[in-house]
Design a protein around this ligand. Structure first.
Ligand code: HAM
Length: 428
């Protein structure tokens, strides 16, 4: 027999891990609502061109990590699994004419993303992001509002000591001159550049700054810094973002070499790290401004900014810092019966209670009542409903497994009794 396993770089989220992810999703949704973001869905795959154009062809995400889907017929469109949500969301913004809505438009997506990267701790081929985007506001106040939102997420999730690494990477006015001096600098060092970086030097020199090649570290550290080449408008924008973050009390550190791995960024760029864990693979989340992306994908010029937080890495960080995993709630009640063979009545009573919105388990194994009750206690159910001869008069026994007491309850009152107990004990 073959033994099948989940594909490399993916993992099954067993119920306990799923509960942890659900908790993060619930925090994200609650925050999104508080900050005025509207949740939506976009497909898990798009035309490949959306990513190639949006994210940039000479980026790791597109060049090396895109999950391209095999075409079904010769003339069919080229599709790829989404490596992130921003390009798809902006595609949807343009497609549905959202520029006619009151601006800014604040959108959010929670879901799986796919990157064909070399799997390692915290780096998966399928991973989850909480993504938030603001379209139609050029900042700088909204930049700080968004950065604070991400920071608050980590606080509410229970990840301590998160700080923001912040940079401005300029715009169409000042970046060209910077890229020239960067290209000049790396050209002078061309002989020692790894193959991929030498190629990118001519197509996309900024990408050399976030190269994952260990031989690049020293070279990158000594490279010219964009922060020293910002035009007056970009510099003023950056100062104002910082002033707003100061006022909000969000801890940040300016990181002059932070350029992010995607091509659409302009001006504000940021990443979230736990202090002391600032290695390249460890970003808990990141984002930035993309004032040219909507136009690039066929819409009219609209500024934008957003972030994506890596939920798998948040779960890992919580695990590492010893935060207790989410415990699944035990059932409020287990429906048991004195007659092991009578599964019909037990199932009927359970169905009645479930119809009233109560979380109950029902014993369907034909075993002795004492065994049924033992299991109910072991799984920390609060009550056992015991069906016996009293049912002839319309009653059942309700045993409080926590208090060790038992009383007769009319079947017609059972749901109400349990619901009252559930409310006062936060069950179910
Ligand atoms: P990103 O930096 O590529 O940005 O990804 C954001 C976060 O997703 C990372 O900081 C990390 O936590 C998580 N992440 C990325 N790749 C993986 C992986 N292979 N395994 C596990 N987690 C991963 C973006 O995706 C942009 N769309 C962010 C953005 C939104 N910019 C503007 N709006």
């Amino acid at each position: 027999m073959p033994s099948y396993r989940a594909p490399r770089g993916t993992r099954d989220l067993l119920p306990e891990a799923r509960a942890g992810l659900s908790r993060l999703e619930a925090i994200a949704r609650s925050l999104a609502a508080r900050y005025g973001y509207r949740e939506m869905e976009i497909p898990l795959f798009e035309q490949t061109a959306v990513f190639e154009r949006g994210i940039g062809e000479a980026t790791d995400v597109v060049e090396k990590e895109l999950f391209r889907l095999a075409p079904r017929t010769e003339d069919s469109e080229a599709w790829a699994l989404r490596p992130e949500a921003t390009a798809g969301l902006v595609r949807a913004f343009v497609q549905h004419g959202m520029h006619t809505l009151p601006q800014p438009v604040k959108l959010t997506v929670v879901g799986p993303m796919f990157r064909y990267d070399r799997p390692q701790a915290g780096r998966y081929r399928q991973f989850w992001q909480w993504d938030a985007e603001v379209l139609g506001d050029q900042g700088p106040a909204v930049d700080a509002e968004l950065i604070e939102l991400g920071w608050r997420f980590y606080n509410e999730a229970g990840v301590s000591g998160v700080q923001v690494l912040l940079n401005s990477i300029g715009d169409a006015a000042c970046r060209p001159a910077y890229l020239e001096s960067l290209t000049e600098y790396f050209r002078a060092n061309a002989p020692v550049l790894p193959e991929l970086e030498r190629r990118r030097l001519e197509t996309n020199p900024l990408r050399l700054l976030d190269s994952k090649d260990p031989s690049m570290v020293a070279l990158i550290a000594a490279a010219p810094k964009i922060s020293e080449c910002l035009c007056a408008d970009c510099a003023a924008h950056f100062s104002a973002v910082k002033a707003h973050l100061d006022a909000l009390g969000v801890p940040y550190r300016v990181a002059p070499m932070l350029v992010r791995g995607l091509d659409y960024y302009t001006r504000t760029a940021f990443e979230y790290y736990r202090s002391g864990a600032e290695g390249q693979q460890q970003a808990l989340g990141g984002g930035g401004r993309y004032d040219g992306l909507v136009e690039l994908l066929g819409g009219r010029a609209t500024p934008g900014i957003g972030f994506a937080l890596g939920l798998d890495r948040v779960l890992l960080a919580l695990e590492e810092s010893g935060v207790e995993a989410v415990r699944e709630a035990p059932p409020l009640a287990v429906v048991t019966g004195a007659d092991p063979a009578d599964t019909v009545t037990r199932l009927r009573v359970a169905s009645l209670l479930r119809g009233e919105g109560l979380a109950v388990r029902v014993e369907l194994a034909p075993r002795k009542l004492s065994r049924q009750l033992e299991t109910a206690s072991k799984e920390h159910a609060h009550f056992a409903v015991i069906i016996g001869d009293e049912l002839a008069e319309g009653n059942v026994q309700l045993k409080d497994l926590e208090a060790g007491t038992q009383r007769l309850v009319p079947l017609s009152d059972l749901a109400r009794e349990l619901a009252r107990a559930a409310k006062s004990h936060h069950h179910g």
